[in-house]
Ligand binder design. Structure first.
Ligand SMILES: C[S@@+](CC[C@H](N)C(=O)[O-])C[C@H]1O[C@@H](n2cnc3c(N)ncnc32)[C@H](O)[C@@H]1O
Length: 485
């Protein structure tokens, strides 16, 4: 991994460490526990406490034993997708807030009860109501100091089962409970997407497909499909083509056990994210030059789009040099690992992209990919904790960071070159509004055709927006800007 110019101020190599959970001890104590629903519910409740303290599932999951993680994750995701409803029900059933551990367990059990839709059972977390109630009571008894709360939990949950219809009716008009997102998030989606807000919020109740990007250098779409079909995992009818070389699988599979994983035949990448490399490469590769094209991937980690840029160019014999930059040193190690598995090479720099004086050698770039940090509001199906981790002020804070990155990087684009800006957000402040303001303030920036906002909805929900015809993809925004000569 390269460090930037030695005559420039030192760039801090960020050592991102995992913060211990507030309740790490209690999680550790039950690490070797048997896998009953009671034990799983206790771990889910512990996570809800950690979530309130700002810890994501991506971090917290490593405090759960490997063998138990998938089961706890399935229940956690079902719970997160019904958290707004469960919060409101807890308030209705117990207006005086119980102690945090009992509150979290009661909320987790209520959310799991709400998730039991017979027509669409939560994957890996389908249980009978009476089992959920009795196991929640067992879960509270697992912590000796909370055992006196067991009759309270039992009474609340049994009352919920008896009075479910009336209780649900009492939540009508409560948008947070109805849509299972914090109210500020609901209002923001209403403002940004007045015609699609309900469909957008509802879509986040489902899990996203697993999408592979076939590495054209090492395999082919047809080859990958038949290799998968030959396994016990999946059959042809459960796979469909998406984007340029994407293969969408209708269910989640153990990726590292799929054929060709170690050999780099494919990467896991959402269909919308697979549009980045072709969009930028098509915009810059028409330029005639004796030298290889120089591309900066400004926010590159973990390297999903860096590797796609390299694969795309190699498959078309386009000489290409990629500089992959990211401010997070630990995430940069993942770029290295990914490129190694795929047999690709880029120069990796750990630095702040918004401060080019610390790392830029003065040579302009033919193209820049700015996959900017954002609220990630477009990938809630994959990370259902996101709405509960964000605050409404995050949108303006991140929009300011995106603006700072755009302003710092635009001067580094060669005349005639292009910058592709993208975010995995559905909020307009991080997409169309950001780019409209940028183009208005930079007369040398010309907008080229690009998808704009891609919403994570099925095309049937989106008849007025034909550009969303990709299907089961994440929420994304793309703008492509040419620098005028
Ligand atoms: C959306 S992720 C990038 C995903 C990546 N492009 C991919 O396809 O795998 C955003 C990245 O921006 C990085 N980042 C945030 N602020 C940055 C900055 N000022 N300079 C460089 N990287 C930054 C984060 O560390 C994070 O890895």
């Amino acid at each position: 991994m390269n460090q930037p110019n030695s005559n420039k101020p030192a760039v801090r190599v960020v050592k991102a460490t995992r913060t211990a959970l507030p309740n790490a001890k209690s999680v550790a104590q039950i690490k070797s526990a048997p896998t009953t629903l009671a034990h799983q519910l206790q771990q889910v409740a512990n996570f809800l406490i950690a979530l309130r303290a700002g810890h994501s599932w991506a971090t917290a999951q490593f405090d759960i034993e490997n063998t138990q993680r998938a089961g706890v994750q399935a229940i956690t995701f079902a719970v997160l997708r019904h958290l707004g409803q469960a919060h409101a029900l807890r308030v209705a059933l117990a207006p005086k807030r119980p102690v945090p551990a009992a509150d979290a367990l009661l909320t987790a059990a209520l959310a799991l009860l709400c998730a039991q839709d017979p027509e669409n059972p939560p994957p890996g977390a389908a249980y009978r109501d009476d089992v959920i109630v009795s196991q929640a009571v067992e879960a509270i008894k697992l912590q000796r100091q909370l055992a006196p709360q067991s009759s309270f939990i039992n009474a609340c949950l049994r009352r919920f089962l008896r009075e479910r219809g009336a209780l649900m009716q009492s939540l009508r008009g409560n948008l947070e409970a109805q849509f299972n997102h914090p109210i500020w998030w609901v209002r923001q989606v209403q403002r940004d997407w007045p015609d699609h807000w309900q469909a957008l919020l509802h879509a986040n109740r489902y899990s996203a497909p697993l999408t592979l990007r076939v590495n054209e250098q090492k395999s082919s779409f047809a080859g990958m499909k038949s290799a998968l079909n030959a396994t016990e995992f999946i059959v042809n009818t459960e796979m469909q083509a998406v984007a340029h070389t994407g293969l969408e699988l209708s269910r989640s599979l153990p990726v590292s056990q799929l054929p060709g994983y170690a050999e780099g035949w494919f990467s896991v990448q959402d269909a919308a994210a697979q549009l980045a490399a072709p969009l930028l490469m098509q915009a810059v590769s028409s330029q005639k030059s004796a030298k290889p094209l120089r591309i900066l991937d400004a926010c590159a980690a973990p390297g999903g789009k860096t590797s796609h840029l390299l694969e795309w160019a190699a498959a078309r014999n386009i000489p290409l040099e990629v500089i992959a930059l990211d401010v997070d040193g630990q995430r940069c190690e993942r770029i290295e690992d990914n490129l190694k598995r795929l047999g690709l090479k880029a120069r990796i720099i750990v630095a702040d992209a918004a401060d080019p004086s610390a790392w830029h050698d003065g040579q302009p770039f033919d193209g820049i990919l700015l996959d900017a940090p954002c609220t990630a509001s477009g990938i809630v199906r994959r990370h259902p904790d996101i709405p509960w981790l964000r605050r409404d002020t995050d949108i303006s804070g991140l929009a300011s960071q995106q603006k700072r990155l755009l302003q710092a990087l635009w001067p580094l684009v060669k005349e005639g070159g292009a910058l592709l800006y993208c975010t995995c957000s559905v909020f307009k402040a991080e997409g169309s509004a950001q780019i409209e303001a940028f183009v208005a303030n930079n007369t040398d920036a010309q907008s080229l055709p690009a998808p704009g906002h891609l919403l994570p909805l099925k095309s049937a929900d989106l008849s007025p927006m034909p550009e969303n015809s990709l299907g089961g993809h994440d929420g994304f925004f793309y703008a492509l800007l040419r620098k005028r000569s």
